[in-house]
Design a protein around this ligand. Structure first.
Ligand SMILES: [Zn+2]
Length: 233
């Protein structure tokens, strides 16, 4: 089993390389069947200098090895058995050393930086971590418009003109008109001055829960609440 930062391409090429090494060791004529079109087309492309691909090229030309494409998920016995073996390995990991290509290395770095970033945000205790603790990139429906979407994003992050403009203007931090600390969660969930608007828009739902799930209903409800409450987001 390869580490998770290896690409599917590397995993498939690595499996073919292992089959080539097996063939070399046992002599004779071999046909290696694979459903990996990306590996086969890379082997045909001599400009492709991935170390695993180069090794397969060398082994297949210096030994009696033929590579044959076979379609996947078509009930071909050998292919189904290989697929099942791959599934079984996912449950019983057995680490192998493998060569890396540049894409794998960049994947490894990206995974490492993401883990590091998540760890730092966890320590920082930022409110956004409770909304999106895996740092998954969200995609917003473009038809809702930039203003509606940016309002949703600012509310999720918790940085809005209403709550943070004093930092830009260098003025004292304002309180809410009700006298409480001015924060997004207060405005959304508990400010008594916005009770009727809150009940009208969100009914019995807790408004801040709408920040957790990206849906058209949640985004438009939050925007409606902001507009009806005259909040400067
Ligand atoms: Zn208030």
């Amino acid at each position: 089993m390869l580490p998770q930062y290896n690409s599917i391409f590397t995993a498939e090429a690595f499996a073919i390389l292992q089959a080539c090494l097996f063939a070399k060791k046992h002599f004779g004529q071999f046909v290696i069947c694979t459903d990996s079109l990306s590996t086969l087309s890379s082997l045909r492309n001599w400009g492709h200098t991935d170390p695993t691909i180069e090794e397969i090229r060398k082994l297949s030309t210096t030994n009696k090895i033929t590579l044959l494409w076979t379609p996947s998920h078509q009930g071909i016995v050998g292919n189904e058995l290989a697929d099942q073996a791959a599934q079984d390995m996912r449950l019983k990991p057995s680490p192998l050393f493998s060569p890396f290509n540049s894409k794998d290395i960049s994947n490894l770095i990206r995974h490492h930086l993401k883990d590091k970033q998540i760890g730092e945000w966890e320590l920082y205790n930022h409110r956004y971590f409770s909304i999106n603790n895996t740092f998954t990139k969200i995609s917003l429906p473009a038809y809702l418009g930039k203003r509606v979407c940016s309002t949703f994003i600012r509310l999720r992050i918790g940085h809005t003109r209403t709550t943070h403009e004093h930092i830009l203007t260098g003025t004292p931090r304002p309180s809410c008109l009700c006298g409480k600390r001015l924060e997004i969660d207060h405005l959304l969930n508990s400010c008594r001055l916005l009770e009727s608007t809150r009940a009208h828009v969100f009914k019995q739902h807790k408004p801040s829960d709408s920040l957790n799930v990206v849906s058209q209903e949640n985004i438009t409800n939050l925007y409606t609440f902001v507009i009806k409450s005259n909040l400067n987001i």
